[in-house]
Design a protein around this ligand. Structure first.
Ligand code: GAR
Length: 192
């Protein structure tokens, strides 16, 4: 069966990317990450890729804070197309995706979000869940559209919120669930 070719976009430490890569290493996911792209030059996610000999690219985001400048997004598209990517995986990518990327990869861009969407989109959603007094949280993998965490939901995994949870302990529990769920969802794309 043909391998799924992945391109990963991330802004942070890259633990979800690492989980995907480890699932591939264990033979649980018939995929190959060809390129990892970040909007932060010093992002840990780029170091993980470099350590594994995988192409790691910093693309300067330009003047906006919440999205890439169109030229920067076009550069991202160029990199992904050059590597013949089948599925674009957002792993802690903290910018909205706009037309050049959405048009180049229709229903081929997915994101993981640390909440049970549609509740708590946006930043630090685990803190939002704690403040709201929720008894459960979790993570969601969804298709990406032009909105903030608004695309069609593919899968979710719940975790409990415990009475003595802090923001850190809750996010850590959600991340354990993320690291299981994301490779499982990516595997679904092999059958398409
Ligand atoms: C993850 O918890 C991911 O769900 C979240 O950023 C973290 C990145 O961690 N993404 C969002 O909040 C997107 N709205 P990682 O760099 O260790 O994978």
């Amino acid at each position: 069966m043909k391998k799924l070719i992945l391109g990963v976009l991330g802004s942070g430490k890259g633990s979800n990317y690492r989980a995907i890569q480890e699932a591939i290493d264990r033979g649980e996911l018939n995929a190959e990450v060809r390129v990892v792209i970040s909007d932060f030059e010093n992002a840990g996610i780029l170091d993980i890729a470099r350590d594994r000999g995988i192409r790691a690219e910093y693309v300067a985001p330009g003047k906006f804070r919440t999205k890439l400048e169109p030229e920067a997004e076009a550069k991202v598209v160029e990199l992904l197309k050059a590597e013949q990517v089948d599925l674009v995986v957002l792993a802690g990518y903290m910018r909205l995706v706009k037309e050049p990327l959405l048009e180049a990869f229709p229903r081929q861009i997915i994101n993981i979000h640390p909440a049970l969407l549609p509740k708590f989109p946006g930043l630090e959603s685990w803190k939002q869940a704690l403040t709201a007094g929720e008894t459960k949280s979790g993570c969601t993998v969804h298709y990406v559209d032009a909105g903030m965490d608004t695309g069609e939901i593919i899968a979710q995994r719940e975790v409990p919120i415990l009475l003595d949870d802090t923001a850190e302990s809750l996010h850590a529990r959600i991340q354990v669930a993320e690291h299981q769920l994301y490779p499982e969802v990516i595997r679904l794309f092999l059958r398409q």
